[in-house]
Write a protein that binds this ligand. Structure first.
Ligand code: SF4
Ligand code: SF4
Length: 381
């Protein structure tokens, strides 16, 4: 059985099983954190009780936001961020003041780990420390250990510490119980899909889609804009540009705004406004290959199937098949990546029509974190 895609099973994982993490989607990537970045620290990381005690030793009264009273028991408090969409309280000059005691989400980034029917790790491509290399290889390669496919991939490098932190977390009984719950939920939806749409092996279906991802066309327009001016600054999609630092995108009355974000909590300022992309942005052949490679990569992620299942489960009577939902999701994702790529290319004075691979990669980086942040049927670790 290929490690890159297991057959989607209707049997839930039993509680107290020893958990393995599936890592084939890390292959071929290298990671080295950039000292000038700080993108992943524009957040409010959750803090477990043991981690809180270690942080208190460093700074006895650091700002911790407790969950709302009505929140489920398992919701953890978070470290406060600075105002105006600024960075985490502990970030100082792009360095974490509590690096050795940073909480779990910080110790595992740029890994994104999905608890579904199994535990799968994937790379957050928005992190500029992740060297994407040639993403288009994912349109062809199927992973080192499958024994098939034309392009075997090298093991990941630079992610050893992050993977160790994930494996430690998997030893906790609470995590095993969480996986048992998510996999039972997942197995239940799969049984309903089978009965309703007749789709049997969704793992194989995703593999087929990933080998030949759909192309977006004008029928898929308009491109979904970023959140509007009514959204809080903390909710805006962020990306890192080497020449500009962390920037956010915002939908405004006259087009898409690009904002320069300030880690220190000062008000961000608008760098530029561009008209909404009205057509499907064109790409060079290399740009097209890179985009297709990204879609192939996404379709191999368990979180992608999990999102498609969640959308199907929202309205199983009216919904199309899971396969149709998945293809529409990929076309939509492609359009959003291209829209963001075009705006960022204009900001940088780069060719915006057609978009080359470098510009498409920037669009991919600007969308991937948002894509992974969506609520799915499975949970993130
Ligand atoms: S986003 Fe990536 S490169 Fe940037 S600080 Fe975080 S881990 Fe480092
Ligand atoms: S705790 Fe440190 S690593 Fe984590 S978000 Fe805050 S500054 Fe960044």
């Amino acid at each position: 059985m290929p490690r890159s895609r297991q057959r989607a099973s209707t049997e839930p994982v039993r509680a107290r099983e020893v958990l393995e993490v599936e890592t084939s989607l890390l292959e071929g990537f290298t990671f080295h954190c950039r000292p000038d970045c700080g993108l992943c620290c524009f957040t409010t990381p959750a803090v477990a009780p043991g981690e809180r005690a270690r942080l208190v030793q460093i700074e006895p009264s650091f700002p911790l936001l407790e969950p709302a009273e009505e929140a489920p028991e398992e919701v953890l408090p978070v470290i406060a961020a600075r105002p105006n969409g600024g960075a985490c309280h502990f970030l100082e000059g792009n360095r974490c003041r509590v690096h050795a005691a940073r909480p779990f989400p910080c110790r595992t980034f740029p890994l994104h780990v999905t608890l579904g029917q199994r535990v799968q790790a994937t790379v957050v491509l928005s992190c500029p420390g992740v060297e994407c290399g040639d993403l288009s290889r994912w349109g062809r390669a199927r992973g080192r250990s499958t024994g098939t496919g034309p392009a075997p991939l090298a093991p990941a490098t630079g992610l050893e510490g992050e993977l160790r932190a994930v494996r430690e977390e998997l030893l906790r009984p609470e995590t095993v119980d969480r996986l048992a719950r998510t996999s039972a939920r997942w197995a239940g939806v799969l049984r309903r899909v089978r009965r309703t749409t007749g789709e049997e092996d969704l793992g194989a279906l995703m593999e087929r889609i990933s080998r030949n991802p759909p192309r977006p066309g004008s029928a898929d327009l308009p491109i979904e804009p970023p959140p509007s001016e009514e959204a809080r600054l903390e909710e805006l999609p962020l990306t890192f540009l080497p020449s500009r630092g962390v920037v956010a995108l915002r939908g405004a009355m006259h087009g898409w705004e690009v904002l320069a974000m300030r880690a220190d909590g000062e008000e961000p300022h608008v760098l530029a406004v561009y008209p909404d992309p009205a057509e499907v942005p064109r790409t060079t052949p290399e740009g097209t290959r890179l985009l297709q490679g990204y879609l192939s990569y996404v379709a191999r992620r368990d979180v992608f199937l999990s999102l498609a299942l969640a959308r199907w489960a929202d309205d199983p009577v009216e919904a199309p098949t899971v396969g149709e939902i998945a293809e529409a999701m990929l076309r939509d994702l492609a359009l959003q990546a291209l829209g963001r790529a075009q705006v960022l290319a204009r900001l940088r004075g780069r060719p915006a029509d057609p978009l080359g691979p470098e510009e498409v990669e920037e669009g991919v980086r600007a969308i991937d974190m948002d894509f992974l942040d969506q609520a799915a049927l499975g949970e993130s670790l």
